[in-house]
Design a protein around this ligand. Sequence first.
Ligand code: NA7
Length: 532
Amino acid sequence: MSTRHVDAVVVGAGFAGLYALHKLRQQGLDVQVFEAGSDVGGTWFWNRYPGARCDIQSVFYNYTFDDDLAREWVWSEKYASQPEILRYLQHVADRFDLRRDIALETRVTELRFDEDNSRWSVRTDAGETLEATYVVLGVGLLSSANMPDIPGRDDFAGPILHTGHWPHEPVDFTGKRVGIIGTGSSGIQTIPIVAEQAEHLTVFQRTPNFSLPAHNSAPDAEEVAALRARHPEVREQLRNSSYGILHDPPTQGALDVSDEERVATYASRWDDGTLTGILQSYNDLVRNQASNDTASEFVRSKIAEMVDDPEVAEDLVPRGYAFGTKRPCLDTGYYATYNRDNVELVSIRRTPIERITPSGVRTSAGEHPLDVLIFATGYDAMTGSLLAMEIFGRDGLSLREAWADGPSSMLGIAVAGFPNLFTITGPGSPSALSNAVISIEQHVEWVSDLLAHLRSEGLQVAEADEVAQKEWTAHVQAAGNATLYPQTDSWYMGANIPGKPRVFLPYIGGVGAYRAHCDRVADDGYPGFALS
Ligand code: NA7
């Protein structure tokens, strides 16, 4: 039987994969998308835990490429919940007739570059092998679940749930003793809701997080209407902003203003309820420790105010790392949850988990009996889902080997030795430090333009150049090293996964500046890429 050939294989049908399909199809390319889930949605298909919602204001957390789509879709909340975001992505799939080229419940297991015909051989777990000229990987930044290997994990008698692989049916915690490990965004969103249902909730916290109130509500209809009315202009502003959201860039350092003015600014940003509000109050908060201390201290004092028991409050207050260098969380009633009688906080720094037993979790201080255990332990971020596939480039080089000391890439899009393979919001691009949807659109459009350029020049292959890749990767690290981020153990640094190289994964140069750089590369005929 002859092998099916397509122009492009796209892996993943979340925000990235759906737009890649739409964009490449517009060029007349024959595209096949593979998606492991039983529907489109990607991250928003899998993350069904109670309370899951975006932490970027919904009004900016949507595609901007189509004026009608942008104007017509109305979010019901300032921060949309997972079911609503999933409905949006389903709507996009239907509206642009995308489903006919998406194979669901099909995982790509291997990608192998054939140097004889410059094509990728793509193998799936459905047993199919096909050939593609281009491969676009839209596998998500936070999609490879981290399931820590805690001794005794397989002995637990009750259900173990991971927030990133939540069951499709609602889980009823009524009358149950529930344990949750992890207090990142997922834990912090789900804890208040589980606490309301469960008979007892035990939270196992390793590192306290800085969490800010979301002040979630119905969006201000007039404000949304005004933004939508000038959509093309808003789109340009988003695309040229620092983070892919609208805000006034700070012009002063935190220590350039009086203590009173600074605290008033932080307080008003706290009341606004956005992820970046406080961090964007001053221009040196992620660069200068003394400046950062002012913001960290403000948030610490707010946390302490919300928790009745001073000992619990002390355990919840983050110390020893700079505010913002671990991604802050946005919550609804998180800290007040610890004022409930049925909620217990266990600092596993003080009393480490020794093992999971059939009936609960045993720490150095004793046994916590549990019926259900939730892992809110995050992801092997940014590289995990790429390396979960076996990817072999030129000379049989595997991506795993190429990235053994940490990922290197050209612009976070392409990797030397892996021609015509493109990583949407890959490591080395703003991705995790931005509104991912805006960053996804930029990458997809840039890749699509590159393919159009190849075709118009009668060329077939684009490959990152080794030297240019080295320079870009060094630039990404230098930009990170100019900030406080590398000093903190976070998923941005790969520090949450044992054995993962400690490298600053995203690019912190800003969405707008990065876009301008990518545009210059395209305008100059793609220096840093070998086109053949
Ligand atoms: P995160 O932010 O990586 O949080 C994971 C949490 O799980 C965090 O509190 C971790 O503690 C904890 N964790 C991880 N491994 C362990 C082990 N082995 N033992 C105990 N505790 C552990 O993941 P989320 O899913 O909450 O959020 C990911 C992103 O999604 C988020 O930043 C938003 O961008 C959306 P640690 O801090 O590592 O000490």
